[in-house]
Design a protein around this ligand. Sequence first.
Ligand SMILES: NC(=O)C1=CN([C@@H]2O[C@H](COP(=O)(O)OP(=O)(O)OC[C@H]3O[C@@H](n4cnc5c(N)ncnc54)[C@H](OP(=O)(O)O)[C@@H]3O)[C@@H](O)[C@H]2O)C=CC1
Length: 400
Amino acid sequence: MIRPLHPGTAAIVKATIPALEAHGLAITKTMYASLMQDPAIAAMFNQTDQANGRQPHALAAAVLAYARHIEHPEKLKAALDLIVERHVAVMVEADQYPVVGAALLGAIRTVLGDAATPAIMEAWGDAYRFLAEVLITREADVYAERAALEGGWRDWRSLRVEKRTRETDSVTSFWLVPADDKPVLMHKPGQFLTFRLDRDGLNTRRSYSISSAPDARGYRISVKRDPNGQVSRWFHDQLAVGDIVDVTPPAGNFTLEGKAEVPVLLVSAGIGITPFMSMLLAPRVSGNTHPLHLVHGDHDLGSMPFQSELVNLSATTSPLLIDLFESLPKSAASTERTHKGRISASWVRSRVTPETHVYVCGPRSFQRDLIHGLVEQGVNREQIHHEFFGSDEEVTSGRS
Ligand SMILES: NC(=O)C1=CN([C@@H]2O[C@H](COP(=O)(O)OP(=O)(O)OC[C@H]3O[C@@H](n4cnc5c(N)ncnc54)[C@H](OP(=O)(O)O)[C@@H]3O)[C@@H](O)[C@H]2O)C=CC1
């Protein structure tokens, strides 16, 4: 049950807004430094986003927004929806909230010093308790809903690597089937799986978009090898056919659902094509009728995965258009639908009608440039959907 805020909490929390504006980042950095001492908690966070400061920035902004809108929680709905989505993706549990709360309050006390009076500490304790109860309740509902669906599950489920497929020199697909041979939850195209990786020196959770059509037999994910990436190298070098991995049920809201018949423009760069492969393959299964247009950019045709699948799709799926861009072409030859250079916002803009929904996935700078360019050129922000693992604040805010 969610207990309301104590009378007086909101006024005191609002009075701390100037202190949060001045010291919010110091507070969240101190908080994360303390949390990361616990390996089980550290595993929940993307360590790259910790190291480059994105996560502390994002949390400082969230804490400030909470203080500003504490009397009008409806204004926080979109932010809370995103937090719930992120939390269920990495399987945050109710018993982790007190640990995080203690770290946040400890950091407020450390950074504000004597200014953190007992009344302020009590008010922030109450504000955190209230927010935690809201999130725990909503997350419990999502966990229960997913477990109740056909093929769904509540905790981690063991999947077996049935097959590995080499897509390009740097991309390999992994076909995963349930170790218990029972059906799995059919994903919505665009969703991802999160893996619990706690072996071979790894202690992390990592999400990968599902690149196959919805199928109760299992899932395909496709991983690009990053020479500096510990996890992608582990998938490529260690994960063999027959091995078992633990995953969450499919999660994420980067889906086409609810917008049938609406023209859809899928714009990807690099391995960002993976969720779109699932969307493109799905019509065969679900009778999806969106007019689809894929615009994909990569270094050259040789580094583009799934080309034979795309050729098959364009021959068998109607209506489907595919435009490919090569930023570092190896040959001067081009066709009506293969282009030289990077995908530009103005090229995409000229294909967007007032009805089109644009889905964007790829490197962070690509998403940021494209989304800003489209909005600058008059595309309604509501028509644009994007997906990025990790904190995506700067994709939408313009911070680089
Ligand atoms: N569901 C999700 O959230 C997923 C997210 N991803 C993310 O997608 C990213 C893909 O990275 P990767 O495959 O290594 O990409 P690459 O670095 O290989 O780049 C792929 C292509 O994107 C082009 N590009 C890069 N920046 C821009 C830009 N600002 N504007 C236009 N074109 C640009 C590159 O051009 P050039 O050669 O000129 O640099 C290249 O042609 C990863 O960071 C991954 O995390 C991937 C899969 C799923």
